[in-house]
Design a binder for this molecule. Structure first.
Ligand SMILES: [Zn+2]
Length: 294
Protein backbone atom coordinates (compact mmCIF):
# COMPACT_ATOMS: atom_id res chain seq x y z
CA UNK A 1 0.00 0.00 0.00
CA UNK A 2 2.79 2.37 0.98
CA UNK A 3 4.69 1.52 -2.19
CA UNK A 4 1.60 2.12 -4.29
CA UNK A 5 1.11 5.46 -2.59
CA UNK A 6 4.72 6.36 -3.21
CA UNK A 7 4.49 5.63 -6.92
CA UNK A 8 1.23 7.50 -7.19
CA UNK A 9 2.95 10.40 -5.52
CA UNK A 10 6.00 10.12 -7.79
CA UNK A 11 3.86 9.96 -10.91
CA UNK A 12 1.70 12.89 -9.88
CA UNK A 13 4.77 14.82 -8.84
CA UNK A 14 6.34 14.36 -12.27
CA UNK A 15 3.15 15.49 -13.96
CA UNK A 16 2.91 18.54 -11.77
CA UNK A 17 6.61 19.35 -12.09
CA UNK A 18 6.21 19.52 -15.80
CA UNK A 19 3.92 22.50 -15.48
CA UNK A 20 5.71 25.83 -15.57
CA UNK A 21 3.18 27.85 -13.59
CA UNK A 22 4.24 26.58 -10.17
CA UNK A 23 6.44 28.86 -8.09
CA UNK A 24 9.11 27.77 -5.58
CA UNK A 25 7.00 28.86 -2.64
CA UNK A 26 4.09 26.82 -3.99
CA UNK A 27 6.40 23.84 -4.18
CA UNK A 28 7.68 24.39 -0.64
CA UNK A 29 4.23 24.51 0.85
CA UNK A 30 3.21 21.55 -1.30
CA UNK A 31 6.19 19.53 -0.07
CA UNK A 32 5.21 20.34 3.48
CA UNK A 33 1.64 19.34 2.82
CA UNK A 34 2.65 16.05 1.22
CA UNK A 35 5.05 15.12 4.00
CA UNK A 36 2.36 15.88 6.57
CA UNK A 37 -0.14 13.85 4.63
CA UNK A 38 2.17 10.87 4.20
CA UNK A 39 3.04 10.96 7.88
CA UNK A 40 -0.57 10.97 8.99
CA UNK A 41 -1.43 8.40 6.34
CA UNK A 42 1.20 6.00 7.78
CA UNK A 43 -0.14 6.48 11.27
CA UNK A 44 -3.67 5.96 10.05
CA UNK A 45 -2.74 2.69 8.39
CA UNK A 46 -1.31 1.40 11.69
CA UNK A 47 -4.41 2.64 13.44
CA UNK A 48 -6.67 0.97 10.86
CA UNK A 49 -4.95 -2.40 11.30
CA UNK A 50 -5.52 -2.20 15.03
CA UNK A 51 -9.14 -1.35 14.56
CA UNK A 52 -9.85 -3.79 11.75
CA UNK A 53 -11.33 -6.38 14.09
CA UNK A 54 -13.69 -3.87 15.63
CA UNK A 55 -14.64 -2.26 12.33
CA UNK A 56 -18.32 -1.59 11.90
CA UNK A 57 -19.73 -3.38 8.87
CA UNK A 58 -21.80 -1.37 6.39
CA UNK A 59 -25.50 -1.76 6.94
CA UNK A 60 -27.18 -4.02 4.41
CA UNK A 61 -29.70 -1.44 3.38
CA UNK A 62 -27.12 1.33 3.04
CA UNK A 63 -27.37 3.02 -0.32
CA UNK A 64 -24.30 2.60 -2.45
CA UNK A 65 -25.72 4.31 -5.52
CA UNK A 66 -24.37 7.80 -5.91
CA UNK A 67 -26.88 10.50 -6.52
CA UNK A 68 -26.25 12.95 -9.28
CA UNK A 69 -25.12 16.32 -7.95
CA UNK A 70 -26.41 19.37 -9.79
CA UNK A 71 -25.18 22.98 -9.62
CA UNK A 72 -27.19 24.81 -6.97
CA UNK A 73 -25.95 28.35 -7.29
CA UNK A 74 -28.73 30.97 -7.25
CA UNK A 75 -27.96 34.40 -8.67
CA UNK A 76 -27.38 37.03 -5.99
CA UNK A 77 -27.15 34.45 -3.23
CA UNK A 78 -24.19 33.00 -1.39
CA UNK A 79 -24.28 29.21 -1.59
CA UNK A 80 -23.24 27.51 1.63
CA UNK A 81 -22.65 23.78 1.36
CA UNK A 82 -23.15 22.23 4.79
CA UNK A 83 -21.53 18.86 5.28
CA UNK A 84 -22.86 16.83 8.22
CA UNK A 85 -19.79 14.76 9.15
CA UNK A 86 -19.72 10.94 9.19
CA UNK A 87 -22.95 8.98 8.50
CA UNK A 88 -24.02 5.42 7.72
CA UNK A 89 -21.43 2.89 8.90
CA UNK A 90 -19.33 5.70 10.35
CA UNK A 91 -21.05 7.01 13.50
CA UNK A 92 -18.29 9.46 14.42
CA UNK A 93 -17.78 9.92 18.12
CA UNK A 94 -20.26 8.25 20.48
CA UNK A 95 -21.42 9.03 24.01
CA UNK A 96 -24.05 6.66 25.37
CA UNK A 97 -26.83 6.59 22.80
CA UNK A 98 -25.75 9.84 21.24
CA UNK A 99 -23.96 9.61 17.89
CA UNK A 100 -22.02 12.46 16.31
CA UNK A 101 -23.43 11.62 12.85
CA UNK A 102 -27.00 12.20 14.11
CA UNK A 103 -26.42 15.49 15.94
CA UNK A 104 -24.59 17.09 13.04
CA UNK A 105 -27.28 15.96 10.58
CA UNK A 106 -29.95 17.49 12.79
CA UNK A 107 -28.05 20.77 12.97
CA UNK A 108 -27.45 20.75 9.20
CA UNK A 109 -31.18 20.39 8.55
CA UNK A 110 -31.92 23.27 10.91
CA UNK A 111 -29.41 25.46 9.10
CA UNK A 112 -31.04 24.55 5.78
CA UNK A 113 -34.54 25.28 7.08
CA UNK A 114 -33.63 28.59 8.76
CA UNK A 115 -31.74 29.76 5.68
CA UNK A 116 -35.09 30.41 3.96
CA UNK A 117 -35.31 33.54 6.15
CA UNK A 118 -32.17 35.02 4.55
CA UNK A 119 -32.44 36.70 1.20
CA UNK A 120 -28.76 36.46 0.34
CA UNK A 121 -28.15 32.84 1.39
CA UNK A 122 -28.82 29.47 -0.20
CA UNK A 123 -28.00 26.27 1.69
CA UNK A 124 -27.41 22.76 0.37
CA UNK A 125 -26.35 19.63 2.26
CA UNK A 126 -23.84 16.98 1.20
CA UNK A 127 -26.07 14.37 2.85
CA UNK A 128 -29.62 14.73 4.16
CA UNK A 129 -29.96 11.22 5.55
CA UNK A 130 -27.96 8.64 7.44
CA UNK A 131 -25.65 7.50 4.62
CA UNK A 132 -21.91 7.01 4.39
CA UNK A 133 -19.90 9.46 2.30
CA UNK A 134 -16.15 9.13 1.89
CA UNK A 135 -14.21 12.18 3.05
CA UNK A 136 -12.98 13.09 -0.41
CA UNK A 137 -16.48 12.85 -1.92
CA UNK A 138 -17.72 15.70 0.24
CA UNK A 139 -15.59 18.46 -1.25
CA UNK A 140 -16.33 17.08 -4.72
CA UNK A 141 -20.08 17.44 -4.06
CA UNK A 142 -19.56 21.02 -2.84
CA UNK A 143 -17.54 21.81 -5.99
CA UNK A 144 -20.22 20.36 -8.26
CA UNK A 145 -22.86 22.43 -6.50
CA UNK A 146 -20.72 25.52 -7.05
CA UNK A 147 -20.56 26.46 -3.36
CA UNK A 148 -19.17 29.74 -2.05
CA UNK A 149 -18.49 28.35 1.40
CA UNK A 150 -18.07 24.77 2.61
CA UNK A 151 -18.68 23.93 6.26
CA UNK A 152 -18.15 20.42 7.59
CA UNK A 153 -19.96 19.86 10.91
CA UNK A 154 -18.55 17.66 13.66
CA UNK A 155 -18.80 17.05 17.39
CA UNK A 156 -15.82 16.41 19.62
CA UNK A 157 -15.19 14.11 22.57
CA UNK A 158 -12.64 13.77 25.35
CA UNK A 159 -13.58 10.93 27.72
CA UNK A 160 -10.44 11.36 29.86
CA UNK A 161 -11.66 14.71 31.12
CA UNK A 162 -15.38 15.32 30.94
CA UNK A 163 -14.96 18.91 32.01
CA UNK A 164 -13.41 19.74 28.67
CA UNK A 165 -15.90 21.48 26.42
CA UNK A 166 -16.39 24.24 23.88
CA UNK A 167 -16.61 24.93 20.18
CA UNK A 168 -13.81 25.08 17.65
CA UNK A 169 -13.65 26.29 14.06
CA UNK A 170 -10.81 25.17 11.82
CA UNK A 171 -9.72 25.94 8.30
CA UNK A 172 -7.45 23.87 6.09
CA UNK A 173 -3.80 24.51 6.76
CA UNK A 174 -0.65 22.47 7.31
CA UNK A 175 -0.04 23.85 10.76
CA UNK A 176 2.29 22.15 13.20
CA UNK A 177 -0.11 22.66 16.09
CA UNK A 178 -0.05 19.37 18.04
CA UNK A 179 -3.66 19.37 19.20
CA UNK A 180 -5.07 20.42 15.85
CA UNK A 181 -3.08 17.71 14.10
CA UNK A 182 -4.19 15.11 16.59
CA UNK A 183 -7.80 16.09 16.05
CA UNK A 184 -7.26 16.04 12.29
CA UNK A 185 -6.08 12.44 12.58
CA UNK A 186 -9.26 11.51 14.42
CA UNK A 187 -11.51 13.20 11.88
CA UNK A 188 -9.45 11.76 9.02
CA UNK A 189 -9.72 8.18 10.27
CA UNK A 190 -12.08 6.83 7.65
CA UNK A 191 -10.74 7.53 4.21
CA UNK A 192 -11.04 4.79 1.66
CA UNK A 193 -9.29 6.35 -1.25
CA UNK A 194 -5.61 7.00 -1.78
CA UNK A 195 -6.37 9.19 -4.80
CA UNK A 196 -6.67 12.06 -2.39
CA UNK A 197 -2.96 12.59 -2.73
CA UNK A 198 -3.56 13.19 -6.41
CA UNK A 199 -6.30 15.65 -5.56
CA UNK A 200 -3.91 17.68 -3.47
CA UNK A 201 -1.28 17.75 -6.16
CA UNK A 202 -3.78 18.83 -8.76
CA UNK A 203 -5.33 21.39 -6.44
CA UNK A 204 -2.31 23.61 -6.19
CA UNK A 205 -4.39 26.59 -5.22
CA UNK A 206 -5.76 25.53 -1.83
CA UNK A 207 -3.75 28.30 -0.15
CA UNK A 208 -5.69 30.73 -2.31
CA UNK A 209 -8.72 30.18 -0.08
CA UNK A 210 -6.95 30.24 3.29
CA UNK A 211 -7.42 34.01 3.79
CA UNK A 212 -11.16 33.95 3.08
CA UNK A 213 -11.59 30.79 5.16
CA UNK A 214 -9.90 32.47 8.10
CA UNK A 215 -12.08 35.59 7.67
CA UNK A 216 -15.23 33.46 7.71
CA UNK A 217 -13.92 31.57 10.76
CA UNK A 218 -13.36 34.83 12.61
CA UNK A 219 -16.80 36.21 11.73
CA UNK A 220 -18.66 33.01 12.59
CA UNK A 221 -16.53 32.46 15.70
CA UNK A 222 -17.07 35.91 17.16
CA UNK A 223 -20.79 35.70 16.33
CA UNK A 224 -21.14 32.39 18.19
CA UNK A 225 -19.15 33.72 21.13
CA UNK A 226 -21.65 36.55 21.51
CA UNK A 227 -24.85 34.63 20.66
CA UNK A 228 -24.14 31.55 22.79
CA UNK A 229 -22.91 33.41 25.85
CA UNK A 230 -26.18 32.73 27.67
CA UNK A 231 -25.58 28.97 27.46
CA UNK A 232 -22.13 29.26 29.03
CA UNK A 233 -20.48 27.48 26.09
CA UNK A 234 -16.89 28.42 25.38
CA UNK A 235 -15.40 29.21 22.01
CA UNK A 236 -12.10 27.32 22.33
CA UNK A 237 -10.69 28.80 19.18
CA UNK A 238 -11.53 29.79 15.65
CA UNK A 239 -8.29 30.89 14.10
CA UNK A 240 -6.54 27.56 13.89
CA UNK A 241 -5.69 25.66 10.75
CA UNK A 242 -5.22 21.92 10.42
CA UNK A 243 -4.84 19.31 7.71
CA UNK A 244 -8.37 17.97 7.46
CA UNK A 245 -8.86 15.66 4.47
CA UNK A 246 -12.50 16.63 4.20
CA UNK A 247 -11.51 20.21 3.37
CA UNK A 248 -8.82 19.27 0.85
CA UNK A 249 -9.99 19.74 -2.70
CA UNK A 250 -12.82 22.19 -1.95
CA UNK A 251 -12.49 25.01 -4.45
CA UNK A 252 -13.98 27.53 -2.05
CA UNK A 253 -13.34 28.81 1.46
CA UNK A 254 -13.89 25.86 3.77
CA UNK A 255 -14.25 25.29 7.48
CA UNK A 256 -14.49 22.42 9.90
CA UNK A 257 -16.81 23.30 12.76
CA UNK A 258 -16.62 21.23 15.97
CA UNK A 259 -19.94 22.14 17.57
CA UNK A 260 -19.14 20.88 21.07
CA UNK A 261 -18.02 17.96 23.23
CA UNK A 262 -20.50 15.14 23.66
CA UNK A 263 -18.42 13.86 26.59
CA UNK A 264 -19.18 17.09 28.46
CA UNK A 265 -22.46 16.67 30.39
CA UNK A 266 -23.69 20.25 29.89
CA UNK A 267 -22.95 20.25 26.17
CA UNK A 268 -24.34 16.76 25.63
CA UNK A 269 -27.64 17.95 27.13
CA UNK A 270 -27.61 21.17 25.13
CA UNK A 271 -26.82 19.43 21.84
CA UNK A 272 -30.00 17.38 22.23
CA UNK A 273 -32.15 20.51 22.53
CA UNK A 274 -33.78 21.93 19.40
CA UNK A 275 -33.63 25.44 20.79
CA UNK A 276 -29.85 25.24 21.25
CA UNK A 277 -29.22 23.82 17.77
CA UNK A 278 -31.43 26.57 16.33
CA UNK A 279 -29.35 29.20 18.14
CA UNK A 280 -26.19 27.79 16.59
CA UNK A 281 -27.84 27.69 13.16
CA UNK A 282 -29.13 31.25 13.42
CA UNK A 283 -25.82 32.64 14.65
CA UNK A 284 -23.94 30.96 11.81
CA UNK A 285 -26.38 32.21 9.18
CA UNK A 286 -26.36 35.76 10.63
CA UNK A 287 -22.57 35.84 10.35
CA UNK A 288 -22.41 34.51 6.80
CA UNK A 289 -25.24 36.79 5.72
CA UNK A 290 -23.42 39.85 7.09
CA UNK A 291 -19.96 38.65 6.04
CA UNK A 292 -17.50 40.94 4.30
CA UNK A 293 -16.09 38.03 2.32
CA UNK A 294 -17.32 38.18 -1.26
ZN1 LIG B 1 -16.27 14.15 13.34
Amino acid sequence: MKIALFFLFLFQFCVVSAQDAISDSDMDSLDQLISDLLESSKKEQKQEKKQEKQAVQPQKNEKTKKQEVKPAKVKGKKLIVIDPGHGGKDPGTISGKLYEKDIVLKLAKKIEKLSKNYKNIEVRLTRDKDVFLALEERAVIANKMGGDLFISLHANSFPKDRNIGGMEIYHLDNTRDEYANKLARVENKISENASLLGTILVDMDISYYVGDSLDYAKEIGSGLKKDLKKYGVKLRGYEKGALFYVLVGARMPSLLFEIGYITNKTEKDLLQKDEYLESIAKSLLDSVSASKVK
